[in-house]
Design a protein around this ligand. Sequence first.
Ligand SMILES: Cc1ncc(COP(=O)(O)O)c(C=O)c1O
Length: 469
Amino acid sequence: MESVLDETDLLTQLITALGSPLAIVLPQQLARNVAAFRDVYSGHRLAGQIFYAHKANRSSALVRELAAGNAGIDVASLAELQHALGAGFAPRRIIATGPKNRDLLWLAARSGITVSTDSLAELSELAALVTKPALSPVPVQVRLSEFTSTGVHVGARRSRFGVPAAAMNQVLDLLDKHPGVFELSGVAYHLDTIGLSEKAVALEGCLLALDEARSRGQRPWSVDVGGGFGVNYLADGDQWDAYTSALSQAVLGKREPLTWNAHGYGLRAEGGTVRGSLQLYPAHRPVAGAAYLDRLLQTAAPQQRRPLGQLLLDSMYDLHVEPGRALLDQCGMVLASVLEVRDDDGDTIVRLDCNARDVSLEEHGVLMDPVVVHRAASTDARPVQAYLFGNLCLEADLITRRKVFLPSRPQAGDVLAFVNTAGYFMDFSATQALRQPVARKVAMWREHNAWQWCLDEQYWPVRTGVEAA
Ligand SMILES: Cc1ncc(COP(=O)(O)O)c(C=O)c1O
């Protein structure tokens, strides 16, 4: 990422030619991130598949790069499944997760991918699609939720997704009702939390559900622990602590504002004290990505009190993961042209040719300052504190409601680079409001000691020679 940012001429040529905003993805970094997860598997002597959660980025280059290796892919819509098949993924490397419509179930059943079923109703719907006409048995795994444990007090949180773990017997009844229709490959969870103890309860709950399935004559062989391994967005934990305490001070009015219109990110002042809780992603996460998986596998199962990785190994179950954000760590950035810089009522305003949905850091509660890419030598090398406005006619269209701290003052025509934004921020929310264009996407890769690039849709690992490398 840093060496891409050094290519000032190339970046400014690209944004001039392809427009602002412009997204850049780095497929080779994705392959390195897969390798880091695979190292954790080796360390615990575990087998299983690393399914990239496609939803985190729409890029074709990233998906094709993975198809050239041996990772799998997790698709959550009909179009994502078509995309994965078209990129070269064999069906055995594809899993469909999340709630599915009938078209997705239809194609899943016919192409032979694994369906991670989200509910009993979905399983019944799939059975009907498989029996008329009779198709080969469909590999299914069952997503479970609402786990409980006697070993540790973790409340079973209600979830919109999955079958409650206590209803596993109903799943098995349904499978019994449809002999020869399904092949139960395993059970799964995906929890919307970064809490290790909750995940440990879920993993052990899955092992118990597998025992139950075996006692009923099924032969499942895997546990899928979903995604949510996280990314460490800030290298310096002290900076994060300093920022969050300064924000509290600003909310109390004890220092100059750090946000537009005194936005508190969940904090508010009440009777001279700060109330509420910070509604932000914990941007400094020293244990994230593959290291988080390692930590989970080292965690003792709450009831059996042995490391979860060891329990998986002893029972010879495969471990599957579905990381989205974590696999995209350092895999891309969004560039935006600076349209105007002005001083207004004591504040510096930088107006950009992109909107808050083109780089949706704010929506996801991740705070990172952009990097300034100057077209020419900067005329004002002093640091500046600025607000970043977007290109929509909405008061709310701030790229971030937070004042950003830039090492030098940008000028109209310069570019701001929002780094490490491939996972969810780049295109998950992008729209064509006001008929403004959604960012074009470019893939960049190192070859012959230099950065090469092509449009995202033109990238095939074999053409670029990346596969050979
Ligand atoms: C079922 C499932 N698997 C995997 C993921 C990917 O999560 P993350 O990007 O946090 O790793 C999600 C995200 O919503 C999900 O719903």
